[in-house]
Design a protein around this ligand. Structure first.
Ligand code: F6P
Length: 321
């Protein structure tokens, strides 16, 4: 009987997940595997919700945001007996390998499952936060950056017309990767990230310095992990001569058709994932490391903290002169 590869998309969705599902399915079939997609993240293994995936059933999805398999922030396998149930479902379907498309939280679930299942676990990093250790870039990050940049460029038009300061909150959970890249790309006057906390006094000082340079409008990009941006916007307005408005970009950053780059990463990560399976290598994640797509320890992808290049904040400061 042909070996079977399972796919699950888990955690926050990311543009490019469908491209990854498509590529895992088609490369697997090209190598003689059967493919099963489990619905709604880990929940699909607990409720045995699945669909068989063929090269035809994944046609016309490479350009779609979201995930055709749906996803859940399932608490994973915390419930008593959940790991055993998940392992049993895999065994029932003869799943020899499971490709988990998601972020670090999803990879922790895969590690838990690997304690009770003999199936090879392979993680494909897909999250707009780009906060997975071991890969320079995650699927969906480029799309979210472009979505945010396009929206903030529009906000800058009205900021200039009204000579206002806009505090723009972007996603990223507890990390600043999205804010840092978006901030540089929109020419933000200030970028606020959790990894380099800034006091209100510091922010006000930077705003006043910007005004002294003759800048009467400005964009400040803040990662959501920096805290309460509504309160900050009010305090900024109270402590400066500027009119300050808040714009929270929210869930638009999670949707939209994936960019070419997100599709390319998804397709090449997927091919590498199936290649690792063909080599019999499990408990691995796939990542982009200095231009190379490679496999690395899933445990590190799940648990290690990805470093951020704070030097880019200094570059951003110079670019905002
Ligand atoms: O992990 C992706 C992400 O969009 C984060 O940037 C954000 O903080 C979180 O998901 C929101 O979670 P939820 O979709 O469960 O509201």
């Amino acid at each position: 009987m042909a070996k079977t590869i399972g796919i699950v998309t888990s955690g926050g969705d990311a543009p490019g997940m469908n491209a990854a599902i498509r590529a895992v399915t088609r490369v697997s079939h090209a190598k003689g595997f059967q493919v099963i997609g489990f619905e709604r993240g880990w929940d699909g293994l607990l409720t045995n919700s699945f669909r068989r995936l063929t090269p035809r059933s994944v046609g016309g999805i490479i350009q779609l945001g979201g995930t055709i398999l749906h996803t859940l922030r399932c608490p994973g396998f915390e419930e008593k007996g959940a790991i055993e149930k998940g392992a049993e479902t895999l065994s029932t379907h003869g799943v020899d390998s499971l490709v988990v498309i998601g972020g670090d939280g999803s990879f922790r679930g895969a590690l838990e499952l690997s304690r009770k299942s003999s199936a090879l676990m392979i993680g494909i990093p897909a999250t707009i936060d780009n906060d997975v250790y071991g890969t320079d870039e995650t699927i969906g990050f480029d799309t979210a950056v472009n979505t945010a940049v396009g929206t903030i460029d529009k906000i800058r038009d009205t900021a200039i017309s009204h000579e206002r300061i806009f505090l723009v909150e972007v996603m990223g959970r507890k990390r600043g990767f999205l804010a840092l890249e978006v901030g540089i790309c929109v020419g933000a006057e200030v970028i606020l990230i959790p990894e380099k906390p800034m006091s209100l006094a510091d922010i006000v000082r930077l705003m006043e310095e910007s005004a002294k340079k003759g800048k009467r409008a400005g964009i400040i990009v803040a990662a959501e992990g920096c805290g309460n941006t509504s309160k900050l916007a009010l305090e900024m307005q109270q402590q400066t001569e500027s009119e300050v408005r808040l714009s929270i970009l929210g869930y638009a950053q999670r949707g939209g058709g994936p960019t070419a780059r997100s599709r390319l990463l998804a397709s090449l990560f997927a091919e590498k994932a199936v290649d690792l399976i063909c080599q019999g290598k499990g408990s691995m994640a796939v990542g982009l490391q200095k231009g190379e797509i490679t496999g690395y320890d899933l445990d590190k992808a799940a648990k290690d903290k990805k470093p951020i290049d704070l030097r880019l904040l200094q570059v951003a400061d110079m670019l905002a002169t």
